[in-house]
Design a protein around this ligand. Structure first.
Ligand SMILES: NC(=O)c1ccc[n+]([C@@H]2O[C@H](COP(=O)([O-])OP(=O)(O)OC[C@H]3O[C@@H](n4cnc5c(N)ncnc54)[C@H](OP(=O)(O)O)[C@@H]3O)[C@@H](O)[C@H]2O)c1
Length: 335
Protein backbone atom coordinates (compact mmCIF):
# COMPACT_ATOMS: atom_id res chain seq x y z
CA UNK A 1 0.00 0.00 0.00
CA UNK A 2 2.93 2.33 0.68
CA UNK A 3 4.06 1.75 -2.91
CA UNK A 4 0.53 2.44 -4.18
CA UNK A 5 0.52 5.65 -2.14
CA UNK A 6 3.85 6.68 -3.66
CA UNK A 7 2.47 6.07 -7.18
CA UNK A 8 -0.53 8.28 -6.40
CA UNK A 9 1.76 11.10 -5.22
CA UNK A 10 3.36 11.13 -8.66
CA UNK A 11 0.10 12.04 -10.40
CA UNK A 12 -1.14 14.67 -7.96
CA UNK A 13 -2.33 17.70 -9.89
CA UNK A 14 -2.99 15.80 -13.13
CA UNK A 15 -6.24 13.95 -12.39
CA UNK A 16 -8.88 16.46 -11.25
CA UNK A 17 -11.80 16.21 -11.04
CA UNK A 18 -10.86 12.55 -10.53
CA UNK A 19 -8.87 11.48 -7.45
CA UNK A 20 -5.13 10.74 -7.70
CA UNK A 21 -5.16 7.00 -6.92
CA UNK A 22 -2.30 4.51 -6.89
CA UNK A 23 -2.45 0.74 -7.34
CA UNK A 24 0.02 -2.14 -7.03
CA UNK A 25 -0.65 -5.75 -8.07
CA UNK A 26 1.15 -8.70 -6.45
CA UNK A 27 1.11 -12.13 -8.09
CA UNK A 28 0.01 -15.26 -6.22
CA UNK A 29 3.52 -15.59 -4.75
CA UNK A 30 3.56 -12.00 -3.47
CA UNK A 31 5.91 -10.47 -6.06
CA UNK A 32 5.08 -7.02 -7.46
CA UNK A 33 3.92 -7.48 -11.06
CA UNK A 34 2.11 -4.20 -11.78
CA UNK A 35 1.96 -0.58 -10.70
CA UNK A 36 -0.38 2.13 -11.87
CA UNK A 37 -1.85 5.53 -11.10
CA UNK A 38 -4.86 7.48 -12.34
CA UNK A 39 -4.42 8.91 -15.82
CA UNK A 40 -5.82 12.37 -16.69
CA UNK A 41 -9.65 12.58 -16.95
CA UNK A 42 -11.10 10.20 -19.51
CA UNK A 43 -8.03 7.94 -19.24
CA UNK A 44 -7.80 4.65 -17.34
CA UNK A 45 -8.00 4.46 -13.57
CA UNK A 46 -5.07 3.25 -11.44
CA UNK A 47 -6.26 -0.38 -11.18
CA UNK A 48 -6.52 -0.71 -14.95
CA UNK A 49 -3.02 0.72 -15.47
CA UNK A 50 -1.59 -1.74 -12.91
CA UNK A 51 -3.54 -4.67 -14.39
CA UNK A 52 -2.24 -3.87 -17.86
CA UNK A 53 1.31 -4.14 -16.59
CA UNK A 54 0.58 -7.32 -14.63
CA UNK A 55 -1.26 -9.13 -17.45
CA UNK A 56 -1.90 -12.82 -16.73
CA UNK A 57 0.30 -12.66 -13.62
CA UNK A 58 -2.55 -10.88 -11.78
CA UNK A 59 -4.55 -14.14 -11.67
CA UNK A 60 -4.73 -15.36 -8.07
CA UNK A 61 -2.85 -12.27 -6.88
CA UNK A 62 -3.63 -9.30 -4.63
CA UNK A 63 -4.40 -5.71 -5.64
CA UNK A 64 -3.50 -2.84 -3.31
CA UNK A 65 -5.40 0.35 -4.16
CA UNK A 66 -5.47 3.66 -2.27
CA UNK A 67 -9.22 4.15 -2.95
CA UNK A 68 -12.00 1.56 -3.00
CA UNK A 69 -12.30 0.37 -6.62
CA UNK A 70 -15.24 2.02 -8.35
CA UNK A 71 -18.29 -0.12 -8.98
CA UNK A 72 -19.96 2.07 -11.59
CA UNK A 73 -19.45 2.95 -15.22
CA UNK A 74 -18.38 6.59 -15.44
CA UNK A 75 -16.15 7.87 -18.22
CA UNK A 76 -14.40 4.49 -17.94
CA UNK A 77 -15.72 0.96 -17.17
CA UNK A 78 -15.88 -0.04 -13.48
CA UNK A 79 -12.56 -1.04 -11.94
CA UNK A 80 -14.22 -3.69 -9.73
CA UNK A 81 -15.21 -5.51 -12.91
CA UNK A 82 -11.69 -5.22 -14.36
CA UNK A 83 -10.17 -6.68 -11.17
CA UNK A 84 -12.70 -9.54 -11.17
CA UNK A 85 -12.10 -10.34 -14.83
CA UNK A 86 -8.34 -10.36 -14.25
CA UNK A 87 -8.86 -13.10 -11.67
CA UNK A 88 -7.45 -11.16 -8.71
CA UNK A 89 -8.05 -13.19 -5.53
CA UNK A 90 -7.80 -10.38 -2.97
CA UNK A 91 -8.19 -6.60 -2.89
CA UNK A 92 -6.88 -4.31 -0.14
CA UNK A 93 -7.87 -0.66 -0.28
CA UNK A 94 -7.07 2.30 1.97
CA UNK A 95 -10.10 4.61 1.86
CA UNK A 96 -13.75 3.80 1.10
CA UNK A 97 -15.23 5.75 -1.83
CA UNK A 98 -17.61 8.41 -0.42
CA UNK A 99 -18.94 9.26 -3.87
CA UNK A 100 -22.41 7.66 -4.02
CA UNK A 101 -22.47 6.78 -7.73
CA UNK A 102 -18.96 5.27 -7.60
CA UNK A 103 -19.19 3.47 -4.24
CA UNK A 104 -20.06 -0.19 -3.96
CA UNK A 105 -16.99 -1.62 -5.66
CA UNK A 106 -16.05 -3.58 -2.53
CA UNK A 107 -19.48 -5.22 -2.43
CA UNK A 108 -19.36 -6.10 -6.14
CA UNK A 109 -16.01 -7.80 -5.58
CA UNK A 110 -17.11 -9.63 -2.42
CA UNK A 111 -20.20 -10.91 -4.21
CA UNK A 112 -17.86 -12.35 -6.84
CA UNK A 113 -15.89 -14.23 -4.17
CA UNK A 114 -12.91 -11.85 -3.94
CA UNK A 115 -11.37 -11.41 -0.47
CA UNK A 116 -11.77 -7.65 0.17
CA UNK A 117 -10.63 -5.48 3.10
CA UNK A 118 -10.34 -1.71 3.53
CA UNK A 119 -8.57 0.64 5.94
CA UNK A 120 -4.91 -0.12 5.24
CA UNK A 121 -2.91 3.16 5.60
CA UNK A 122 -6.27 4.95 5.52
CA UNK A 123 -5.09 7.97 7.57
CA UNK A 124 -1.97 8.49 5.45
CA UNK A 125 -3.97 8.36 2.22
CA UNK A 126 -6.95 10.41 3.46
CA UNK A 127 -4.64 13.07 4.93
CA UNK A 128 -2.28 13.00 1.93
CA UNK A 129 -2.96 12.48 -1.76
CA UNK A 130 -6.74 12.05 -1.42
CA UNK A 131 -7.24 14.85 1.06
CA UNK A 132 -8.36 17.55 -1.40
CA UNK A 133 -10.55 15.21 -3.42
CA UNK A 134 -12.29 13.77 -0.32
CA UNK A 135 -12.89 17.33 0.88
CA UNK A 136 -14.41 18.41 -2.41
CA UNK A 137 -16.70 15.37 -2.56
CA UNK A 138 -17.84 16.07 1.01
CA UNK A 139 -18.34 19.83 0.73
CA UNK A 140 -18.87 20.49 -2.98
CA UNK A 141 -16.10 23.10 -3.01
CA UNK A 142 -12.35 22.88 -3.63
CA UNK A 143 -9.89 22.26 -0.78
CA UNK A 144 -7.86 25.39 0.06
CA UNK A 145 -4.29 25.34 1.36
CA UNK A 146 -3.03 28.77 2.38
CA UNK A 147 0.71 29.10 2.06
CA UNK A 148 2.80 32.00 3.32
CA UNK A 149 6.39 32.81 4.15
CA UNK A 150 6.94 35.09 7.14
CA UNK A 151 9.71 36.37 9.38
CA UNK A 152 9.97 35.37 13.03
CA UNK A 153 7.90 38.47 13.80
CA UNK A 154 5.18 37.35 11.37
CA UNK A 155 5.83 39.78 8.51
CA UNK A 156 5.49 38.89 4.82
CA UNK A 157 7.08 42.03 3.35
CA UNK A 158 9.25 44.92 4.53
CA UNK A 159 7.90 48.43 5.19
CA UNK A 160 8.77 49.47 1.59
CA UNK A 161 6.86 46.47 0.16
CA UNK A 162 9.92 44.42 -0.81
CA UNK A 163 9.57 40.73 -0.01
CA UNK A 164 12.25 38.87 -2.03
CA UNK A 165 13.24 36.77 -0.39
CA UNK A 166 11.90 36.06 3.06
CA UNK A 167 12.28 32.29 3.00
CA UNK A 168 15.36 30.32 1.97
CA UNK A 169 16.03 28.39 -1.26
CA UNK A 170 14.86 25.02 0.13
CA UNK A 171 11.46 26.47 1.09
CA UNK A 172 11.07 28.24 -2.25
CA UNK A 173 11.90 25.05 -4.14
CA UNK A 174 9.34 23.17 -2.08
CA UNK A 175 6.68 25.79 -2.85
CA UNK A 176 7.26 25.23 -6.56
CA UNK A 177 6.66 21.51 -6.07
CA UNK A 178 3.46 22.26 -4.12
CA UNK A 179 2.33 24.60 -6.92
CA UNK A 180 2.97 21.96 -9.57
CA UNK A 181 0.75 19.51 -7.68
CA UNK A 182 -2.13 22.01 -7.25
CA UNK A 183 -4.97 22.54 -9.71
CA UNK A 184 -5.00 26.31 -9.18
CA UNK A 185 -2.83 28.97 -7.54
CA UNK A 186 -4.75 31.98 -6.22
CA UNK A 187 -3.47 35.47 -5.35
CA UNK A 188 -5.01 38.91 -4.91
CA UNK A 189 -4.49 41.85 -7.24
CA UNK A 190 -2.41 43.46 -4.46
CA UNK A 191 0.28 40.75 -4.70
CA UNK A 192 0.21 40.69 -8.49
CA UNK A 193 0.55 44.49 -8.75
CA UNK A 194 3.15 44.84 -5.97
CA UNK A 195 5.42 41.94 -6.94
CA UNK A 196 4.57 41.33 -10.61
CA UNK A 197 4.06 37.77 -9.30
CA UNK A 198 4.43 35.11 -12.01
CA UNK A 199 2.59 32.34 -10.10
CA UNK A 200 4.17 29.57 -12.17
CA UNK A 201 5.66 26.29 -10.92
CA UNK A 202 9.38 26.31 -11.68
CA UNK A 203 12.19 23.79 -11.51
CA UNK A 204 15.61 24.22 -9.92
CA UNK A 205 16.84 25.94 -13.12
CA UNK A 206 14.10 28.59 -12.83
CA UNK A 207 12.33 27.39 -15.97
CA UNK A 208 8.60 26.66 -15.87
CA UNK A 209 7.76 23.04 -14.99
CA UNK A 210 5.99 20.82 -17.55
CA UNK A 211 2.73 20.98 -15.67
CA UNK A 212 1.30 24.32 -14.60
CA UNK A 213 -1.69 25.04 -12.36
CA UNK A 214 -4.35 27.51 -13.40
CA UNK A 215 -3.29 30.99 -12.23
CA UNK A 216 -6.14 32.88 -10.57
CA UNK A 217 -6.04 36.58 -9.67
CA UNK A 218 -8.83 37.92 -7.44
CA UNK A 219 -9.81 41.59 -7.26
CA UNK A 220 -11.45 44.39 -9.20
CA UNK A 221 -8.35 46.30 -10.29
CA UNK A 222 -7.06 45.89 -13.83
CA UNK A 223 -3.82 44.02 -14.38
CA UNK A 224 -1.42 45.62 -16.89
CA UNK A 225 -1.10 43.67 -20.16
CA UNK A 226 2.63 43.33 -19.60
CA UNK A 227 2.19 41.66 -16.18
CA UNK A 228 3.99 38.33 -15.99
CA UNK A 229 0.86 36.61 -14.68
CA UNK A 230 -0.78 37.25 -18.06
CA UNK A 231 1.96 35.63 -20.15
CA UNK A 232 1.48 32.30 -21.90
CA UNK A 233 3.48 30.20 -19.41
CA UNK A 234 0.16 28.98 -17.95
CA UNK A 235 -3.54 29.79 -18.25
CA UNK A 236 -4.76 32.71 -16.10
CA UNK A 237 -8.20 33.58 -14.81
CA UNK A 238 -8.90 37.08 -13.45
CA UNK A 239 -11.95 37.04 -11.18
CA UNK A 240 -13.15 40.59 -10.58
CA UNK A 241 -14.88 39.76 -7.31
CA UNK A 242 -14.10 40.05 -3.62
CA UNK A 243 -16.22 37.11 -2.47
CA UNK A 244 -14.22 33.96 -1.52
CA UNK A 245 -17.37 31.88 -1.92
CA UNK A 246 -17.85 33.11 -5.49
CA UNK A 247 -14.18 32.41 -6.22
CA UNK A 248 -14.45 28.80 -5.04
CA UNK A 249 -17.80 28.29 -6.79
CA UNK A 250 -16.25 29.48 -10.06
CA UNK A 251 -13.24 27.20 -9.57
CA UNK A 252 -15.48 24.21 -8.71
CA UNK A 253 -17.30 24.83 -12.02
CA UNK A 254 -13.94 24.47 -13.72
CA UNK A 255 -13.35 21.11 -11.98
CA UNK A 256 -10.66 22.54 -9.69
CA UNK A 257 -10.29 20.35 -6.58
CA UNK A 258 -7.02 21.47 -4.98
CA UNK A 259 -6.35 25.20 -4.50
CA UNK A 260 -3.13 26.79 -3.28
CA UNK A 261 -3.92 30.25 -1.87
CA UNK A 262 -0.75 32.33 -1.97
CA UNK A 263 -2.11 35.50 -0.40
CA UNK A 264 -1.40 38.22 0.06
CA UNK A 265 -2.55 39.07 3.55
CA UNK A 266 -5.75 40.87 2.51
CA UNK A 267 -7.10 38.03 0.38
CA UNK A 268 -5.93 35.37 2.87
CA UNK A 269 -7.71 37.28 5.68
CA UNK A 270 -10.93 37.30 3.64
CA UNK A 271 -10.68 33.53 3.06
CA UNK A 272 -9.93 32.89 6.75
CA UNK A 273 -12.85 35.11 7.79
CA UNK A 274 -15.16 33.14 5.51
CA UNK A 275 -13.93 29.83 7.03
CA UNK A 276 -12.53 28.80 3.69
CA UNK A 277 -8.98 27.81 4.57
CA UNK A 278 -8.65 24.08 5.16
CA UNK A 279 -4.92 23.83 5.74
CA UNK A 280 -2.06 26.23 6.40
CA UNK A 281 1.52 25.73 5.29
CA UNK A 282 3.66 28.42 6.88
CA UNK A 283 7.40 28.92 6.35
CA UNK A 284 8.85 30.92 9.22
CA UNK A 285 12.25 32.37 8.41
CA UNK A 286 14.82 33.34 11.08
CA UNK A 287 14.69 37.05 10.23
CA UNK A 288 13.13 40.11 11.86
CA UNK A 289 11.64 43.11 10.07
CA UNK A 290 9.90 45.04 12.84
CA UNK A 291 7.63 46.78 10.31
CA UNK A 292 5.68 45.78 7.20
CA UNK A 293 2.49 43.77 6.56
CA UNK A 294 1.83 40.68 8.66
CA UNK A 295 0.88 37.31 7.14
CA UNK A 296 -2.88 37.63 7.63
CA UNK A 297 -5.06 40.69 7.16
CA UNK A 298 -8.38 41.23 8.95
CA UNK A 299 -10.24 37.92 9.32
CA UNK A 300 -13.31 38.97 11.28
CA UNK A 301 -11.65 38.65 14.70
CA UNK A 302 -12.02 41.57 17.11
CA UNK A 303 -11.36 39.92 20.48
CA UNK A 304 -9.24 37.00 21.67
CA UNK A 305 -12.17 34.65 22.26
CA UNK A 306 -12.95 34.87 18.53
CA UNK A 307 -9.48 33.66 17.49
CA UNK A 308 -9.50 30.96 14.81
CA UNK A 309 -7.99 27.94 16.57
CA UNK A 310 -5.84 25.52 14.61
CA UNK A 311 -4.19 22.19 15.32
CA UNK A 312 -0.57 21.77 14.31
CA UNK A 313 -0.19 18.77 12.01
CA UNK A 314 3.56 18.90 11.56
CA UNK A 315 6.69 20.97 12.23
CA UNK A 316 9.83 20.35 10.17
CA UNK A 317 12.95 22.26 9.21
CA UNK A 318 13.17 23.49 5.63
CA UNK A 319 16.75 24.63 5.25
CA UNK A 320 17.06 27.40 7.86
CA UNK A 321 13.27 27.95 7.96
CA UNK A 322 10.65 26.21 10.10
CA UNK A 323 7.77 24.70 8.14
CA UNK A 324 4.50 24.46 10.07
CA UNK A 325 1.38 22.76 8.74
CA UNK A 326 -1.91 23.18 10.56
CA UNK A 327 -5.58 22.31 10.11
CA UNK A 328 -8.65 23.80 11.79
CA UNK A 329 -9.07 22.53 15.37
CA UNK A 330 -12.06 20.22 15.92
CA UNK A 331 -15.27 22.19 15.58
CA UNK A 332 -13.55 25.04 13.75
CA UNK A 333 -13.44 25.69 10.04
CA UNK A 334 -16.15 26.77 7.71
CA UNK A 335 -18.35 25.32 5.04
N1 LIG B 1 5.58 36.40 1.97
C1 LIG B 1 4.47 35.93 1.47
O1 LIG B 1 4.14 34.76 1.67
C2 LIG B 1 3.61 36.80 0.63
C3 LIG B 1 2.63 36.25 -0.18
C4 LIG B 1 1.83 37.10 -0.92
C5 LIG B 1 2.00 38.47 -0.84
N2 LIG B 1 2.97 38.98 -0.05
C6 LIG B 1 3.14 40.44 0.06
O2 LIG B 1 1.91 41.01 0.40
C7 LIG B 1 1.85 42.34 -0.17
C8 LIG B 1 0.52 42.53 -0.87
O3 LIG B 1 -0.51 42.46 0.10
P1 LIG B 1 -2.05 42.73 -0.23
O4 LIG B 1 -2.78 42.41 1.00
O5 LIG B 1 -2.19 44.05 -0.88
O6 LIG B 1 -2.28 41.63 -1.36
P2 LIG B 1 -3.47 40.71 -1.82
O7 LIG B 1 -4.18 40.11 -0.66
O8 LIG B 1 -2.87 39.80 -2.81
O9 LIG B 1 -4.42 41.69 -2.60
C9 LIG B 1 -5.32 42.53 -1.97
C10 LIG B 1 -6.40 42.89 -2.95
O10 LIG B 1 -7.20 41.76 -3.22
C11 LIG B 1 -8.47 42.19 -3.66
N3 LIG B 1 -9.47 41.43 -2.93
C12 LIG B 1 -10.03 40.29 -3.38
N4 LIG B 1 -10.91 39.80 -2.49
C13 LIG B 1 -10.90 40.65 -1.45
C14 LIG B 1 -11.63 40.70 -0.24
N5 LIG B 1 -12.54 39.76 0.09
N6 LIG B 1 -11.39 41.69 0.62
C15 LIG B 1 -10.48 42.65 0.32
N7 LIG B 1 -9.78 42.65 -0.85
C16 LIG B 1 -10.00 41.68 -1.73
C17 LIG B 1 -8.52 43.67 -3.44
O11 LIG B 1 -8.18 44.26 -4.70
P3 LIG B 1 -9.12 45.16 -5.61
O12 LIG B 1 -9.06 46.52 -5.05
O13 LIG B 1 -8.44 45.03 -6.95
O14 LIG B 1 -10.50 44.55 -5.60
C18 LIG B 1 -7.37 43.92 -2.49
O15 LIG B 1 -6.84 45.19 -2.59
C19 LIG B 1 3.03 42.44 -1.11
O16 LIG B 1 4.01 43.25 -0.49
C20 LIG B 1 3.53 41.05 -1.24
O17 LIG B 1 4.91 41.00 -1.42
C21 LIG B 1 3.79 38.18 0.67
Amino acid sequence: MAAALASSEDVRGTTSPNPPVGAVILDAEGAVVGRGATRPPGGPHAEVMALREAGERARGGTAYVTLEPCGHRGRTPPCAQALREAGVAAVRYAVADPNPPAAGGAEVLRAAGVDVAGGLLADEVAGGPLRAWLHSVRTGRPHVTWKYAATLDGRVAAADGTSRWISGPESRAEVHRIRAAADAVVAGTGTVLADDAWLTARGADGDPADRQPLRVVVGAREIPHAARVLDDAAPTLHLRTRDPRAVLAELAEREVVDVLLEGGPTLAGAFAGAGMIDRVVGYVAPALLGAGPTALGPAGVSTITEAHRWRVEGVTMSGDDVRITAVPAAGEGGP
